[in-house]
Ligand binder design. Structure first.
Ligand code: NAD
Ligand code: TYD
Length: 361
């Protein structure tokens, strides 16, 4: 795929923007077409500096099948990485409908577009990577083994249910129509250009503003954090070498509780941006009301990705978190301030956090 044209859906979002940058940098002969609706989560600023003739940005909705067919044909696309989705669990609790629209119906429209083009040009599209989440497997107890590609689907939030719906359609299109679909499910990503309503940039931004750092419930929920560039490397190899019909799990091999993670962010801020008044950022940590149906623990077994694709993450959380905090304090500081100033973001803070209260629990 290194010399081909690749369509990235959702490429103006967090993982998408990092992926587009990663592919253009790693594959000097590749061309990338980015399709993104530019919802509250997507921004052309995430793709700034990529105007070098090998990248085309198209604003459009993933549910627009004629648009997709036109793009696949016009750009003679050989590979697709499908990221476009609504992605925030808390937003899915407030308003599930748009999650079904984008994540289920949107995936169906993309698959139909690929099917239409494959009927005319069976050799054109070599692979479609459908990007999903470990959350489709539900929640783990403290002692449970990590998710594997054979784990049972058991989604528990409207977000993960909608992603599961998209995954089932993607697999169905491999079995029924023989489309070259590869499914990937990854753990929580972190790194540059992540929207500040997600945990890590939220905590960095709030700490810098001297605002409370809202931890849901007891803060002992466990996530397996994957540095976004490592995920991008996995997606590139899945696009290039993934076996159609197969599922690959990408994990960070970095299990930690939310409380430990936020404490580590505060320690980094104390080191990189110490406050003149001696105030320690950790004092801002505040327990707030828990998320309804909050999944307790996700951990991914990355053995298959290692055995079959030769992929494993190259950043541990200490390294990745340091790079990430340094980006939001440095090159990404203006970006973070601009996203936090957006009216939609301010509305979200009010809607999501005001009802949770702020007293320690
Ligand atoms: P994000 O919310 O930052 O970006 C999603 C992008 O999709 C945005 O640019 C948005 O404008 C676009 N989009 C949304 N609805 C659209 C529509 N109807 N048509 C076209 N574009 C639309 O999300 P992200 O964190 O970059 O996640 C990307 C993908 O990876 C998603 O499919 C998500 O489920 C999956 N994933 C993310 C994580 C994570 O930790 N971030 C973990 C596992 C899986
Ligand atoms: P999030 O980034 O929303 O990812 P997900 O829920 O998909 O794993 O949240 C990561 C974890 O952080 C999750 O356990 C919820 C928790 N969290 C908080 O404690 N406070 C917050 O303000 C946010 C946004 C998340």
């Amino acid at each position: 795929m290194a010399n081909e044209t690749i369509l990235v859906t959702g490429g103006a979002g967090f993982i998408g923007a990092n992926l587009v940058r990663y592919m253009l940098a790693s594959w000097p002969n590749a061309r990338v077409v980015t399709l993104d609706a530019l919802t509250y989560a997507g921004h052309t600023a995430n793709l700034a500096g990529l105007e070098d003739g090998r990248h085309v940005f198209i604003q459009g909705d993933i549910r627009d099948q004629p648009l997709l067919v036109g793009l696949l044909r016009e750009h003679a696309v050989r590979g697709v990485i499908h990221l476009a989705a609504e992605t925030h669990v808390d937003r899915s609790i407030v308003g599930p409908e748009v999650f079904v629209q984008s994540n289920v119906l949107g995936t169906l429209r993309l698959l139909e577009a690929v099917r239409e083009v494959a009927q005319e040009q069976p050799e054109q599209i070599r692979r479609v990577v459908h990007v999903s989440t470990d959350e489709v497997y539900g929640t783990l107890g403290a002692e449970d083994a990590a998710f594997t590609p054979r784990s049972r689907y058991a989604p528990r939030s409207p977000y993960s249910a909608s992603k599961a719906g998209g995954d089932h359609l993607a697999r169905a299109y491999f079995h029924t129509y023989g489309l070259p679909i590869v499914v990937t499910n990854c753990s929580n990503n972190y790194g540059p250009y992540q929207h500040p309503e997600k945990l890590i940039p939220l905590m960095i931004g709030n700490a810098l503003a001297g605002e409370p750092l809202p931890l849901y419930g007891d803060g002992r929920q466990v996530r397996d954090w994957l540095y976004v560039d490592d995920h991008c490397a996995g997606l590139a190899v899945a696009l290039d070498q993934g076996q159609p019909g197969e599922t690959y799990l990408f994990g960070g091999a970095n299990q930690t509780t939310n409380l430990e993670l936020v404490t580590a962010i505060c320690d980094l801020l104390d080191e990189l941006l110490p406050r003149a008044d001696g105030f320690r950022y950790g004092a801002l940590i505040t327990h707030v009301a828990d998320r309804p149906g909050h999944d307790r623990r996700y951990v991914v077994d990355g053995d298959k990705a290692w055995q079959t694709l030769g992929w494993q993450p190259s950043h541990n959380l200490t390294e990745g978190l340091r790079k990430t905090v340094a980006w939001y304090l440095g090159a990404g500081a203006e970006w973070l301030a601009a996203r936090r100033a957006e009216p939609e973001y301010q509305d979200w803070l009010e809607e999501n956090y005001d009802p949770r209260g702020g007293a320690d629990q």
